[in-house]
Design a protein around this ligand. Structure first.
Ligand code: 4AD
Ligand code: MG
Length: 499
């Protein structure tokens, strides 16, 4: 009897005849045999069609990359085969024969891939990232659900700013200008006064005019908010959450992480306690001669690596010049291209880091950290670092002013290691009506749209706070990616809205 099964289950189906439904990843012919590599979203399987079965052989030979099909045959387990099983094909039903799939094996530039994102998603690298993202989101929900938090859905359309007017996306709301949510936080504070521990999880919008590897204009953020919580409590929740997230990805996705080339040992170090430093201590770190020496040593090692690669490139180019046309030179061309790309990337990276280093030395207390400073601070630790008490002037109006120093607020940013930088931003909230009003006046804010928010300080105000975790930045860190654009199925970036 024929069965319909998924490739991931083939290891239990040795010697059985099954039908798979999927797509052609690749085709190779060896004279009397055609090898079709088939994927179905759960794995890949090599399927063998022999010339003796003329009709099958002709059909198989006609299938281009990404053709869809149903394919039937007998399964044979073989540890040498990709995916561990092979199929001897007895039947083949093309569903749609594709020709000239735009994303061939050869590497494409990032612009091309981004424009073909709808097809690029099928690549093993992209599916690995999407699976990890899925697990991370499940783990986020499980963490809060299991720790007594109630899920609150906060609105996407909002009448005012919460995270600064500079990054608002305006929407025409029946003739009135409203904005896409920059955060659910202010609404969540109301819900925390009703339920104690709450969280929201949804799409978040920021008209970020920065083209960096960390910024999207649409991203997903999970935000817990806790009544009767103070800053140290928030740091503890963030620490426990991040450990739980990394743990669950490590449990399920060792293979995917290895495929992405992620250094798993670095993730295994993500255990409590995380270091906690103040903003002022972080500034001292930026100025410290030890840090400077460490970075200069790293830079020197990378410059030597660069020289070595340039030497390798030279050798490979000479080899290519004398290679015959056909397969070996195609392979050499691919190697040359990869090497040139690696050299280019490292070269730019070294230039950036050299510049960051001198910027960091000049950093003045009172400014906000940018990506460069965060990179240096977060590279200093092998686990996420909690940085607290930033200058009041660079932070949002709702953050509680420190009772012992009115120049700073009771906030925290958690910076991911290996240079990834801020993944969590949060604070204790200003819970005193008069202080909050003073802060809003200082920021030149019109209080009328916030009357409802001020009510929370009029009726049973309590110390409370929370934070936001950006899902994409976390995926980027956990997967070890160079850019945030691969962490979300269809990234929205400044200058990119297609597809
Ligand atoms: O630090 P942020 O702006 O904090 C808030 O929005 C607070 N209202 C959260 C709270 O206290 N409830 O953003 C929180 C996190 C950042 O640490 C970062 O991970 C992510 O959201 N984030 C972005 N991710 C991608 N692209 C952007 N443009 C992002 N802006 C913030
Ligand atoms: Mg922030």
């Amino acid at each position: 009897m024929k069965q319909t099964v998924f490739i991931k289950d083939l290891r239990n189906l040795d010697q059985q005849e099954v039908t798979l439904h999927g797509w052609v990843v690749g085709k190779r012919s060896g004279g009397k045999i055609v090898f079709l590599l088939i994927r179905d979203g759960t794995g890949t399987c090599q399927c063998i069609v022999e010339a003796a079965q003329k009709e099958l052989f002709d059909t198989a030979s006609s299938l281009g990359q990404e053709s869809s099909l149903s394919i039937t045959g007998k399964i044979r387990l073989d540890s040498r085969a990709p995916g561990g099983a092979e199929m001897s094909v007895t039947g083949l039903q093309p569903i749609q024969v594709a020709d000239n799939f735009p994303i061939a094996r050869k590497s494409h530039g990032i612009d091309f891939l981004m424009t073909h994102r709808h097809l690029w998603l099928r690549s093993p690298r992209q599916t690995a990232i999407l699976r990890i993202r899925h697990t991370l989101i499940r783990a986020v929900r499980r963490f809060f659900d299991d720790n007594g938090f109630t899920l609150i859905d906060t609105p996407i359309l909002s009448p005012g700013a919460a995270e600064g007017a500079g990054t608002l996306f305006p929407v025409d709301y029946f003739g009135e200008e409203v904005y896409l949510a920059q955060t659910g936080q202010l609404y969540l504070e109301s819900a925390a006064m009703a339920l104690g521990k709450v969280y929201c999880f949804g799409p978040t919008f920021r008209a970020e005019k920065s083209k960096t590897r960390r910024h999207l204009t649409e991203f997903w953020m999970v935000e817990p908010e806790i009544a009767f919580a103070e800053l140290p409590d928030l740091a503890e929740v963030a620490e426990a959450m991040l450990c739980a997230l990394v743990d669950s990805v490590l449990k399920v996705h060792r293979e995917d992480l290895a495929f992405l080339g992620r250094d798993v040992a670095a993730l295994e170090k993500i255990k409590p306690p995380f270091p906690r430093i103040t903003y002022t201590e972080a500034v001292e770190l930026l100025h410290s001669p030890d840090v400077r020496a460490r970075i200069e040593k790293e830079l020197q090692a990378d410059r030597e690596r660069l020289q070595q690669w340039i030497g390798e490139l030279d050798g490979a180019e000479k080899q290519r010049a004398v290679a015959k046309p056909g397969w070996p030179s195609d392979k050499l061309d691919q190697q040359l291209q990869d090497l040139r790309e690696r050299i280019h990337e490292l070269d730019i990276d070294i230039a950036h880091r050299t510049e960051h280093l001198s910027d960091a030395q000049r950093f003045e207390w009172g400014n906000d950290f940018g990506g460069d400073e965060e990179t240096i601070i977060s590279r200093h630790f092998d686990r996420p670092v909690v940085v607290t008490k930033y200058p009041r002037r660079v932070k949002a109006f709702y953050m509680k002013v420190a009772p012992d120093n009115p120049e700073v607020v009771l906030n925290m940013d958690v910076l991911a290691p290996e240079g990834y930088g801020e993944i969590v931003g949060g604070s204790q909230r200003e819970d005193q009506l008069d202080v909050l009003l003073k802060r809003m006046a200082e920021e030149g804010m019109n209080t009328a749209p916030y009357e409802w928010y001020l009510d929370l300080r009029r009726y049973g105000s309590v110390p409370h706070g929370g934070f936001g975790l950006g899902i994409e930045r976390t995926v980027s860190w956990i997967c070890g990616l160079k850019h945030i654009r691969e962490t979300i199925p269809f990234p929205r970036l400044m200058g990119r809205i297609y597809p």
